[in-house]
Ligand binder design. Structure first.
Ligand code: NI
Length: 178
């Protein structure tokens, strides 16, 4: 397995609608393994293919991962589709490896039923609730070129992006001073 580079806002690949995966073959499985390793390494709970520069409809999730990055319950989703969503919505604070260091409250459906292909290419369905439902919706947005910051008010987004830029500038200057 190898670690992949995580692309950050505003890289154009993050804005693209990703393409369907033709089939889950060994090459795809290797890629899913690499994505999972990359996600654990970055201490994330989810990672979508466009975030590593691959515009394909695939993502990995471990919503039970603890802070030591333990491999609690890895899940693989290829060509996921939401086939049902609850009327109830929830608001939860989200972050994203492609928007490092930032967080904001986002509204999501409380429950979603998702149809997808698993690691072996078998069609499956899952009723996701609670935290898993939020992570799935966040990662599936990536496949449509949507970041969580696209789902908050313009005012909040501008503030968040300003903070991101400031932190990036500071990190750059810190490196120069070394
Ligand atoms: Ni994300």
């Amino acid at each position: 397995m190898s670690r992949l580079e995580v692309y950050e806002y505003p890289h154009p690949v993050l804005k693209k609608k990703a393409e369907k995966v033709d089939k889950v073959d060994d090459e795809m499985r290797r890629f899913l393994d690499d994505m999972l390793e990359t996600m654990y390494d970055a201490v994330g709970v989810g990672l979508a293919a466009p975030q590593v520069g691959v515009s394909k409809r695939a993502l990995v999730i471990d919503a039970e991962r603890d802070d030591e990055g333990k491999h609690a319950h890895p899940m693989y989703f290829v060509n996921p589709e939401i086939i049902w969503k609850s009327e109830e919505k929830v608001v939860c604070e989200e972050g994203c490896l492609s928007v490092p260091g930032q967080r904001a409250e986002v509204e999501r459906f409380e429950k979603v039923r998702v149809r997808y292909l698993d690691y072996d290419g078998k069609e499956r369905e899952i009723l996701a609730e609670d935290f898993l439902a939020i992570v799935i919706q966040h990662e599936m947005d990536h496949l449509d070129g949507i970041l969580y910051i696209d789902r908050i008010s313009r005012l909040k987004r501008n503030m968040l992006l300003k903070k991101l830029q400031k932190e990036r500038d500071e990190a750059k200057h810190g490196e120069k001073a070394k």
